[in-house]
Write a protein that binds this ligand. Structure first.
Ligand code: FAD
Ligand code: SIN
Length: 515
């Protein structure tokens, strides 16, 4: 059976800030198509609370933003990428506003930022960014938006990426050919039992690129957010760091602040330090830790959404302490790209959380991620404007077959069991604190989970295959890096070792290089 084919000039995978902003910036480049596997609004972008960082405040400068980003990155930021981010940041947020995204007048503050520089819309900045960009994109009318379309794999012919195989909203497979394909599929928070991410964050684009022969970089660096609220029924939601910027404090059961024992900046120390401090405190005392939101002035006005979510869980943030736990939040690594989003595979680009430009180093500075998606998405568009890859010759495509989705209950149950086990392994052995022996065990166990999955036939199975692919690269990278730096902490190598490890680890199928 040969599959139905469709064509685009530029194909964008994903509808977070990276995908939407790239699509808007590619307007005018011929037929632009955007695929997203759920509803357009299902993304990490939609859930972003704190805001987007840019040096636009009085007394601020890209130089200060640069210094804060590099300090948080713990020696591993690619400085040329950080320079691009902070210098193009102010114009990028102005462009977002021109497109219709609203930000409040006052700037917020977050941990490890030396200035107030967080543009935000109450505590639902991501929802506002999505709303503004979606409205602008739909008004343009020239971009074909396909919701519910699942990108299955990249199509590589003679070393060039010529599009994807995909399932449409009825799970019918087809091939979408494109002169340029942009991966903007976000991160892989669903690797972990406790995470702040949406269900769609299953590392699909990263795994796809890896299968296609692209390099992945900095995969050992997973950021854990210190303050998630995880309800007893399961499911976690984020309690923004911006609250600590406005005076919220972290305390133990007796109401005592303990973070000064870990870092002089206490609640405003870099995220990796705070997350590990909470994790240790919980483990050593066997007791929960809490966020005290009562010192925050105008809590309900400034953080209405978070307050409401807590109320719906029966907690009154104006009166009582909120139990919190660290949770997996962000992947610093991803598909390695240059400063223009190019992956090294002709025709293939990546931006946003799926990509690794090196701006975040070993630990991302809060609110730099939304900015990264927009800044580097626009750079891909500018590159394509200068040199869109040539039209596709007529290829004879390899046969690509996919059985119709078969919702067999037994199979779905098995997939969920494997998925859950993977999340447990990642949390227990590839989490906030790691040890070489356990990383090795985790890798082996994942290998057998992968074998028991077999050949994926449904979306869920494909997502699980993608997670297993990403998980094994994360575990391998964490095993190889025998030091502690940023978000990567090895109990058996607790010190940062610049002499040996001031370098990045890059992985391609069957190969690892240090550079
Ligand atoms: P996403 O926004 O995750 O979008 C990825 C898109 O790809 C989704 O639409 C998804 O459905 C689609 N997709 C995935 N796989 C496929 C596939 N196979 N086929 C088709 N489509 C696919 N960062 C900040 O800078 N500031 C913040 O305040 C902030 N708060 C955050 C709060 C939360 C709760 C979370 C989870 C993250 C937060 N972050 C924040 C991080 C930031 O939101 C993300 O890193 C950023 O939004 C990623 O944008 P993106 O466009 O790369 O990916
Ligand atoms: C938050 O609001 O705490 C999240 C900010 C971020 O992840 O950048």
């Amino acid at each position: 059976m040969s599959l139905p084919q469709d064509r685009a000039d530029v194909l964008i995978l994903g509808s977070g800030i990276a995908g939407l902003y790239t699509a808007l910036s590619c307007h005018g480049l011929g037929r632009v198509t955007l695929l997203t596997k759920g509803k357009l609004s299902q993304s990490s972008t939609e859930l972003a609370q704190g805001g987007i960082a840019a040096a636009v405040g009085p007394g601020d400068s890209p130089l200060f933003h640069f210094a804060d980003t590099v300090a948080a990155g713990d020696g591993l930021c690619r400085e040329e990428a950080v320079r691009v981010l902070v210098e193009e940041g102010p114009d990028t947020v102005r462009r977002l506003m021109e497109l219709g995204v609203r930000f409040e007048a006052g700037l917020g503050r977050e941990a490890a930022h030396s200035r107030r520089r967080i543009l935000h819309w109450a505590d639902i900045t991501g929802d506002e960014i999505r709303r503004g960009l979606e409205t602008a994109l739909r008004a343009l009318g020239s971009v074909s938006i396909r919701e519910g379309h699942f990108a299955w794999d990249l199509v590589i012919v003679k070393g060039r990426c010529i599009g994807v195989t995909a399932l449409d909203e009825r799970d019918e497979p087809y091939v979408l050919l494109a002169r340029a394909t942009v991966i903007a599929t976000g991160g892989a928070g669903q690797l972990y039992l406790y995470n702040t991410n949406p269900e769609v964050a299953t590392g699909d684009g990263i795994a796809m690129a890896y299968r296609a022969g692209a390099w992945l970089e900095d995969m050992e660096f997973i950021q854990f957010h210190p303050t998630a609220f995880c309800s007893p029924e399961g499911g976690c939601f984020l309690i923004s760091e911006a609250l600590r910027g406005e005076g919220a404090v972290i305390v133990n059961r007796r109401g005592e602040r303990f973070l000064f024992r870990y870092h002089p900046a206490a609640e405003l120390a870099p995220r990796d330090v705070v997350a590990r401090a909470l994790f240790r405190e919980m483990r050593e005392t066997g007791e929960p830790v809490y966020l005290d939101l009562r010192p925050v002035e105008g809590l309900l006005r400034r953080f209405p959404h978070i307050s409401e979510r807590l109320r719906s869980q029966g907690l009154d943030p104006e009166k009582e302490l909120i139990p919190v736990t660290p949770a997996a939040h962000y992947l610093m690594g991803g598909v390695k790209t240059d400063l223009d989003g190019y992956t090294g595979i002709p025709g293939l680009y990546a931006c946003g959380e799926a990509a690794c430009t090196g701006v975040h180093g070993a630990n991302r500075l809060a609110s730099n991620s939304l900015l990264e998606g927009a800044v580097f998405g626009a750079r891909i568009a500018r590159t394509l404007e200068r040199s869109l890859p040539p039209p596709l010759p007529s290829f004879s495509l390899p046969q690509w077959r996919l059985p119709r989705i078969r919702l067999q209950v037994r199979k779905a149950v098995r997939v969920r069991k494997i998925w859950r086990r993977l999340q447990e392994i990642m949390w227990e052995k590839v989490g906030l604190e790691r040890v070489g022996r356990e990383l090795g065990e985790a890798w082996e166990e994942m290998r057998s989970l992968r074998a028991s999955l077999g050949t994926p036939e449904t979306r869920e199975e494909k997502e699980l295959e993608n997670l297993l692919t990403v998980a094994r690269v994360v575990a391998r990278a964490a095993f190889i890096r025998e030091e502690s730096r940023g978000a990567h902490f090895r109990k058996d190598f607790p010190r940062r070792d610049d002499a040996r490890w001031l370098r990045h680890l890059a992985h391609r199928r069957g190969r690892v290089i240090e550079g």
